[in-house]
Every structure is written in C-alpha cells, then in structure tokens.
Design a binder for this molecule. Structure first.
Ligand code: PEP
Ligand code: MG
Length: 560
C-alpha cells in the first residue's frame, strides 16, 4: 500500500492544491575564490561593469513592477531598490577598487549586508532572501548567463523552494503555480505576501522539504499547514475541488455585498491612514467601515494640529470619494497608548481611561479631532459617519452624538462594552448607527485579555455568549431601523459573517484582503440559511461546536 508522508509547516494562506512539485531554476554557479584579482588600471572599468550590471538588474525589475499591480509591484520595486542601494553598491565598489573581481565583490558585499540583516532579526532577517536574489541576478548578468528564476511549468504545479525572492514570485500565474511551499521564511516574508495576493495556498517553514524531489505528486493544505507526499489521488482531488470552487468564487467576486437571495450587506474596509485606504480600493469593498484614526498617531509625542489631522482624514475620504466612510475618534489607551494623551499609570488599562473616556479629562482633544473631521468632510459626498469607541452608556452616546451632529456629521458609537450591548435599544435612541467591535466586546464579555495567547479559546467571537449579545444589538437596530455593523475581526471570517447576517447585522467591515472571501461566501447563502446557522450556533456551548453547527446548517438546502 502507498504510504502517505506528511510534512508540517506554518500555514499562511488557506486552501488545497494537488500536483507535481517544481523547484526554481539553478542559481548561477560561481566560486568567488576562483576569481583572479583585477589589475590596477582596469579597476575603474570593472567598477563600471558592476554598476552597469546592478543598474540593468534594477531596470528589469522596475520594468516588471510597472506591469504588475498591488503587492507584486511593491515587492518588485523594493527588490529593485536593493539593487540600487548606495550602501551595497559602495561596499562592492570599494572591494573592486582593492582588486576584487566584480562578481566576487557582489558576493562579498551581499554577505556583509546579510550578516547585518540577520543580526537585526525579525523583518530585516526575512529580507536576506531578497538580498541574495539581487546578488544572484547581478552575478548572472556579470557572467552573461540566464537570469535565475521560476520555470514556466508545463502543467499546474506546486512550487517548492528554500525561500522565494520577490522577483521570483511577483508575476507568477496562479493557474500554473497553484501553491507555494518553502523550507524557510515566515508569515511576513515576500513569499507569504505574494501568496496572499495571488490567493493561492501557502505553507512556509516546512522541515524536510528538501527531500521532496521535483516531479513528486503532493497535496498542500494551506489551512492546516501541511504537505502530503503521494496522497490518495481520489481523496486529494475531492479536497482540491471544493476549495477550488470556493477560490474561484472569491477571485471572481467584485461586490457589492449581497446574499444569494438578494439582501444587501455592505462589505467595507478597515483602514488606518491614506496609504492603507488607497490600497484598500484595489479590493472589492464598498467604502470604509472603520478608520482607526489613532493608528496614524501612535509614534507622536505632540498632538497633531487640526490642519494636519484634516489633511490625513481628507486623504481617506478622497480615496473613497462618493462612498461611505466611517471614521472612529481616537481610541487611545490600553493596547493603543498615545503619548500626547497624558494618562496616569493605570493598574488595569483595558478597563481604564481609554477610547471616548479620554474626552472627560481632555475634551479639547476630541473637539479638535471632530473639527478636523468636519473640515475634511467639507465638500465631500456622502457625509462621513463618525463613531466613538468604548461607549458604555446611553448618556455617553447622547453627549458624543451632540458634539458630532453640531458639526453636521452623522453620529454613531461602537458597541464594545457588554453594558452597551445589553442596553443597545437606549443607545440606538441617541445615535444614527452602531458598529460592533467584536474584538473588545469578546474581551470584555469573556473577561479574557485579547492579547493573551493562553486565553485564545475564550477570546473567540464564536463564543455563544458573544453571539447572543450581537443578536440582541441587531434586534434592537431592526426595531428602530438603524444600521448595525460589525467591524471587529469576526467580520473577516466568512462562516461567521453568515452567522452575523443571520443575527441581523447589516454591514461588515474587514481587513481589505479578507473582503472577497466574505462577500463570495455571502453570495452563496440565503438569509434563511444564515438565520438557521445563527440559531444553531447560539444553541451550542463553545466555539468549536458553534462552528460545526453553523457549517452543518449552511450545508443544508435552503428551506430544508
Ligand atoms: C474591536 O474592538 O473590535 C475594534 C474594531 O476596535 P479595535 O480592534 O481597534 O480595538
Ligand atoms: Mg476596540
């Protein structure tokens, strides 16, 4: 009997892929110790040969970047930037000046930088692969051999590698390369970034990958983080088929958000500044459901001026001109401390002076922010919605709404505190809309720190207690016909999104990259199925049972 061998790694992008393995093409074979030293009067010419080669490599990468978009364009430009780096070029030129041949100088200069990056650790260490890629391309150029890279596979294949440089992965055709699996790399490496953009399954840090030869048939499970060598063909095909069907729906999904039976559910983006808002427009989102304003000021010692804030808010409004934008006032404190909001040391900051509570002590900070939002909104359509974080009572909601409406803006609050969820009806009487922050609502409902890894099963928005509170808020919204959105991480989970709609939530705001998966899933289900899923989940005792119950309810035929 065939023996299936399973290798484990870190899951990066979910989904299944099945096919023969391919490995990237050979890197140029070059032994720097073979290089003869360059005689003195040829050294200037050798330096020029090196700088020309680096410029040619950078130029080709920039040319490819100009034809790519999104993350692919960004990684190609970043790699071109390494080939143009003055420090690296200076180090290599310095070596050539002392007689080292250009290819050997490229190798030695790269080694210096790689050692430095590795010492810095984290994100910088993950850039070593990109540096080595630039080195190999420049060495190939100097030797006059073909530029290294990924071969064009004859049939859909799984690309295995030690690690993939951005220039290898950018521009890959996801129909030909159906998954990426690497021996090295982390969840923030370029391999991971590109896999997310291509929407193909990806597993990194797989030990033992080197033993899997090209041509071996493999099954990648990007959700579990595994690579099965020689799996059962029938089983593999069925698992791939279901995930392919869903992936195609996700790739083709263009919005707007609507259930299979026609109920509109806006799918919106969570953003942090102008840059993230502009990049969110590349995703099928219908506006911004949460602009976390405090994130732009985390490193600021002084309060930004009204003018500076106005410019920032205008950037986000400009990116989504003509579309809904929900701006949240500063959620300072606890996990997002702001230096310019003076706070005494608190023993329990999550329960302390955070969010809208800073306005008690510093009404001028909130007033300046609202002035800036109103100035940014001047001339923009539609009028932005403005909401406060950490509201606990109807009195707080009424006070905030007064300040917002005085400036001609649309007023709402976040429901993040269980007290606000319990009394949602009286809160909704004071405002035009609410948005449920499931991250904090879960933390406060379950009395479990959202930053604690040990408590992850408690800080799970699938907890039936959390779902029960969300259901109550949505019912209160339906009674007065006011929008009830969700903007916490819960909205990014396609299965949970169906449950939220079944509970009565009217819009979902997620990290932009998650929007298509959420929208495509909603398009597959009816509101009745969502209601059945919500009811089934509410009747369970824990998150795992809630997920299983919702899955089963959605799999049942509508009306059955
Ligand atoms: C939330 O708590 O769910 C939320 C959206 O706000 P933040 O994550 O910024 O606290
Ligand atoms: Mg919150």
């Amino acid at each position: 009997m065939e023996h299936t061998h399973v290798l484990n790694g870190t899951p990066v992008v979910g989904g299944h892929a099945y096919g023969p393995a391919i490995w990237p093409g050979e890197r140029p074979v070059y032994d720097p110790s073979d290089a003869a030293s360059v005689v003195e009067d040829e050294r200037e010419v050798e330096i020029k040969r090196f700088t020309d080669a680096a410029a040619a490599v950078a130029g080709r990468l920039r040319e490819r970047a100009s034809h790519a978009s999104g993350a692919a364009a960004e990684v190609l430009s970043a790699t071109a930037g390494l080939a143009e780096d003055r420090g690296w070029i200076g180090a290599a030129s310095g070596l050539i000046k002392k007689g080292t041949a250009a290819p050997a100088a490229a190798v030695a200069a790269t080694e210096q930088f790689a050692t430095m990056f590795t010492k810095l650790g984290g994100l910088m260490a993950e850039r070593v692969t990109d540096l080595n890629d630039v080195r190999d391309r420049v060495v190939a150029e100097l030797l006059g051999v073909a530029e290294p890279g990924v071969p064009e596979p004859a049939e859909p294949s799984v690309l295995l590698a030690d690690d993939l440089a951005p220039a290898d992965t950018a521009g890959l055709d996801p129909k030909k390369v159906t998954a990426l699996v690497t021996r090295l790399g982390g969840p923030t490496s370029h391999t991971a970034i590109i896999a997310r953009q291509l929407g193909i399954p990806c597993v990194v840090a797989v030990s033992g990958l080197g033993a899997v030869a090209a041509g071996t048939v493999v099954l990648v499970d990007g959700t579990a983080g595994t690579l099965e060598v020689d799996p059962d063909a029938g089983d593999a095909a069925a698992r791939v088929e279901e995930s392919r069907r869903m992936a195609e729906l996700v790739a083709d999904w263009r919005g707007p958000g609507v259930t299979g039976d026609g109920r509109p559910i806006a799918v919106l983006a969570n953003v942090a500044d102008g840059r993230s808002a502009r990049s969110a427009t590349a995703h099928p989102v219908e506006g911004v459901g949460l602009f976390r304003t405090e994130l732009a000021f985390l490193d600021r010692a002084d309060e930004p001026s009204v003018e500076e804030q106005t410019r920032l808010y205008r950037e986000v409004l400009d990116a989504f001109e003509g579309q809904k934008v929900v701006i949240r006032t500063l959620d300072a404190g606890s996990d997002k401390p702001l230096k310019f909001v003076t706070q005494v040391e608190e023993t329990n900051p999550a329960l302390g002076v955070r969010g809208n509570r800073i306005a008690d002590e510093h009404p001028e900070i909130r007033a300046a922010q609202l002035d800036a939002i109103a100035a940014a909104a001047d001339g923009h359509q539609p009028t932005p919605w403005v909401m406060a974080p950490m509201i606990a009572s109807a009195t707080e909601a009424a006070e905030f709404a007064g300040e917002v409406r005085r400036r001609g803006l649309i007023a709402g609050v976040m429901i993040e505190v269980p007290a606000a969820a319990v009394l949602a009806e009286s809160i909704l009487a004071e405002v035009d809309f609410v948005s449920i922050g499931t991250n904090d609502l879960t933390q406060y409902t379950m009395a479990a720190d959202r930053m604690s890894a040990e408590l992850a099963s408690l800080t799970d928005p699938w907890q039936p207690a959390v779902l029960t509170l969300i259901g109550g808020v949505a019912r209160a919204g339906a009674v007065v016909d006011k929008p009830v959105g969700v903007c916490g991480e819960a909205a990014a989970d396609p299965l949970l999104a169906c449950v939220l709609v079944g509970l009565g939530v009217t819009s979902l705001s997620t990290a932009p990259a998650a929007a298509a998966a959420v929208g495509a899933r909603l398009a597959e289900v009816t509101v009745d199925q969502c209601r059945a899923a919500a009811e089934a989940a509410l009747a369970t005792a824990d998150p795992a049972a809630a997920r299983a119950a919702a899955t089963a309810a959605l799999a049942a035929a509508p009306g059955s």
